[in-house]
Design a protein around this ligand. Structure first.
Ligand SMILES: [Fe+2]
Ligand SMILES: [Fe+2]
Length: 375
């Protein structure tokens, strides 16, 4: 009897302890300490942490390929537009920035830092995924044989051979409207281009491109929309793949890296919007013929630059309340094959061999074929 009284007192004390809020963190710490002395939660989730099942391996192999592709394109951006090693950009901007870095800095003073950081993140994603695949008995992905494309000849470019083309791109800008719309691609919605960018350079091709202020600003603006296009794709891809993985540890990886893609995307939403408002816009680049309008004039919520967070949209069913989410989320719209096809249509692989396209399309098809197992 005495024991029962004590127990209910303990549980009452615990309730008021948790309710106090300030002490809730202390309770969480106690819980973590108890866990540490018992069976680790991770071991409970993966009792036989051996080889990956075939579906999870296929998903991670495709994601590793996607990260190698991202690393390659971001490295090209970083060589020309990222932080220049050893140069005191913050303290001596006029001496240290090339015209492309300066144009990117017009969109955000920290632009070169963000480009370098995004690049390092992609390299870390690719390295981690390949190392993890090996640690679980699966083949890592190596695309080195396909590094065949010439890069930029402008000063700053290292001249190494590339997997991807950034000099003749069709940049999909529909994401800029999609994330400001209340409709959802997973429920069938389609979106027009915010600005038409076909067969355009996203990096300076030669040093001549540095000399025309409007042209180099246009290249920086094109890059800004391409940054958003790439990172929104990564955000949706990881979300779609996460719904297909089986092993909780693999889900931990896809949620963790996918979250970083979303973090990148948010910055580039803001960044791209700075190229289509004062003081950068409106302006016209005579070389490409592209005009970047001021999207605040006239005000249109579907392209309003300051609406940087995902506007609430339909989700699951149009009968349910609208909700702020990333989208698309289904592998029907944003699966691995859809992602690769989108990259092909963007011109990112212009000049690549048939073997390269066959390799990445096979990896994509194998990832899309994976489905969630009840383990
Ligand atoms: Fe990534
Ligand atoms: Fe990314």
């Amino acid at each position: 009897m005495a024991k029962t009284v004590n127990n209910s007192k303990l549980s009452m004390d615990r309730r008021s302890f948790m309710k106090s809020g300030v002490l809730a963190g202390g309770a969480a710490t106690i819980g973590a300490g108890l866990l540490a002395t018992g069976t680790p939660a991770r071991a409970q989730q993966t009792p036989a942490r051996g080889r990956l099942n075939a579906g999870d391996a296929a998903i991670l192999r495709f994601l590793a390929a996607a990260e190698l592709i991202e690393s390659d394109l971001w490295t090209q951006y970083a060589e020309l537009g990222g932080l220049t090693s050893g140069q005191p950009i913050e303290t001596d901007p006029n001496q240290s920035l090339n015209a492309y870095q300066a144009a990117l800095s017009n969109l955000d003073g920290d632009g070169p830092q963000y480009i370098t950081s995004n690049t390092l993140d992609e390299v870390s994603h690719a390295n981690f995924l390949n190392a993890y695949l090996e640690s679980r008995g699966a083949e890592p992905v190596n695309l080195d044989a396909f590094r065949t494309l010439p890069g930029s000849q402008a000063t700053g470019s290292t001249g190494i051979k590339r997997l991807t083309n950034l000099m003749h791109l069709n940049v999909d800008t529909s994401w800029f409207i999609r994330y400001r719309s209340s409709t959802n691609p997973d429920l069938g919605a389609t979106f027009p281009q915010a600005i038409t960018l076909n067969n355009v350079p996203a990096i300076p091709i030669t040093n001549a491109d540095f000399n025309d202020p409007n042209h180099i600003q246009a290249i920086a603006n094109i890059a800004a929309f391409h940054f958003g296009a790439i990172e929104q794709g990564g955000s949706s891809l990881y979300a779609a793949m996460s719904q297909k993985v089986s092993d909780p540890e693999v889900l931990e990886i896809t949620l963790g890296i996918g979250g970083d893609e979303i973090a990148h995307f948010l910055e580039w939403v803001d960044f791209a919007g700075n190229g289509v408002q004062a003081p950068v816009a409106p302006f016209t680049d005579a070389k490409t013929g592209i005009t970047f309008p001021n999207f605040f004039d006239p005000l249109n919520p579907l392209i309003q630059p300051s609406l940087i967070f995902p506007v609430p949209c339909e989700f699951i069913s149009s009968e349910l309340p609208k909700v702020s989410i990333i989208r698309p989320l289904t592998d029907r719209v944003t699966g691995a094959v859809a992602a690769i096809n989108g990259l092909i249509q963007s011109g990112l692989f212009i000049g690549q061999s048939r073997q390269f396209l066959a390799t990445v399309q096979t990896l994509a098809a194998e990832a899309d074929a994976a489905f969630r197992l009840v383990l």
